[in-house]
Design a protein around this ligand. Structure first.
Ligand code: PLP
Length: 416
């Protein structure tokens, strides 16, 4: 009997739910990860059956203030009580756009949608309408569906298609070569920043190559926004994009995404049709208004970086102490545990769940402003026996370079 069958026997109705639950269970979780939670508050989540876990997943990033921050939830519930789906926009639509213009300066004009891939799809549509061109050259993950996923590597499919998204694998030479040959077909160059590997010079060069070809430079900050800085990596590195996509961290957990940027590009929305039934719903926009006000006042990204640095240092020390061939890759607000041996990785993440700690297996951990040093200590205490079980004799120092390369390939970054 697998975990899902066992859980389905215990929880009413689950026999009518597909095992994959639209892939949520497979997206970055150890097999031992409990599938159903009753509640969550601060940095803890309680699974069905009553077991409490210390959570470093934070909804895969969005919960910059931790679970159930009271002021944000109250604003969302109150807005819904005044009409959740009104005949037109709620006043928060403009209020949140104005807050974004202040917090993320390239977003002079913004529109809202429901999730990160929606925001990216809207950005691509606007770029195509604005430039009159079909191609998008992309690097990194932008969502699961065909509107935003590359159909293949750029050199293999560029000549064959009139419109589409092609992957240049964070490779500047490839990007430059394609733009030199076919730049007049390219509407936008779209990048999900990877601050662990690529800093300001990379984003600057992408921006300059895109603009040199008359294409727009779009950054997908869904993962980095409100985590490394309110705007994300472009803000951290001081690079000005034409369009920015945000979602995680905008509301502390409510379904909202934003696409914003140059007013002339955003105004292309008049010349096309972009619509979602729930795009103007009131509760998420109210949550965003309060979440952004708290972000301006409390600067959660600073607390996130500080506690993330503590977690990174403590994990690196614990890996070394127990002879585990693993290390932490930064930046501190997005610490990623890299294991030299894949079987150690699987055992570590499953062992952590057994020990009462939830980690994001395939990606960076997501500390929040609700995490404190005491939670780092609690984590390390719980993980002691797990790490002790993984220790091995010393290995050559080259292991860490190989491990980083393997992770870079997993994130779609071509290296070497
Ligand atoms: C960089 C990036 N872009 C887009 C997305 C897609 O967002 P969503 O899952 O809300 O559609 C993600 C999700 O993890 C992401 O990390």
């Amino acid at each position: 009997m697998d975990d899902w069958q066992r859980t389905a026997q215990e929880i009413e109705g689950l026999e009518h739910v597909p095992r994959g639950v639209i892939a949520y269970m497979r997206a970055g979780h150890a097999s031992a990860y409990p599938p159903i939670f009753e509640s969550a508050s601060g940095v803890y989540a309680t699974a069905v059956g009553g077991r409490r876990y210390l959570d470093w997943v934070m909804g895969k990033g969005p919960l910059t203030f931790g679970h159930a921050r009271e002021e944000i939830d109250r604003a969302a519930f109150e807005a819904a009580r005044r009409g959740q789906l009104r005949p037109g926009l709620s006043p928060d639509y403009g209020a949140v756009a104005a807050q974004l213009a202040r917090l993320v300066p390239p977003m002079r004009s913004s529109a809202f949608a429901k999730n990160g891939s929606d925001a990216v799809a809207i950005a691509l549509r606007l770029a195509r309408v604005f430039t009159g061109r079909g191609w998008v050259l992309s690097s990194g993950y932008h969502g699961w569906d065909e509107r935003v996923s590359p159909s293949g590597a750029v050199d293999a499919i560029l000549p064959a298609r009139e419109a589409g998204v092609a992957d240049f694998g964070y490779d500047l030479e490839r990007l430059a070569a394609v733009l030199a040959a076919d730049g007049d077909r390219v509407a936008a160059v779209l990048v999900s920043p990877e601050p662990a590997f690529l800093g300001a010079p990379f984003l600057e060069e992408v921006a300059s190559l895109a603009r040199g070809a008359g294409a727009l430079f779009c950054v997908d900050e869904v993962r980095c926004g409100f985590r490394v800085a309110p705007g994300g990596a472009h803000a951290l590195f001081g690079v000005e994009p034409d369009l920015v996509c945000l979602s995680k961290g905008l509301t502390n957990g409510y379904p909202l995404a934003a696409v914003g940027g140059r007013e002339d590009v955003m105004a292309s929305s008049r010349d096309t049709f972009i619509f979602g039934t729930y795009y103007g719903e009131a509760a998420s926009l109210a949550a965003a208004r309060v979440c952004l006000a708290l972000t301006e006042a409390e600067r959660p990204h600073e607390a996130i970086a500080a506690v993330g640095a503590r977690l990174s240092e403590a994990m690196d020390a614990a890996f070394a102490e127990h002879g585990v061939h693993a290390h932490v890759l930064g930046p501190p607000s997005m610490p990623t545990f890299l294991f030299a041996e894949p079987e150690d990785e699987a055992r570590f993440f499953a062992g952590a769940v057994d020990a009462g700690v939830l980690f994001f297996q395939d990606d960076a951990q997501c500390p929040s402003a609700a995490h404190e040093v005491a939670h780092v200590d609690e984590t390390l205490r719980a993980l002691g026996p797990v790490l002790a079980g993984l220790g091995r004799p010393a290995r050559p120092a080259s292991a860490s370079g190989e491990t980083i390369d393997r992770y870079a390939r997993r994130r779609g970054i071509l290296r070497g």
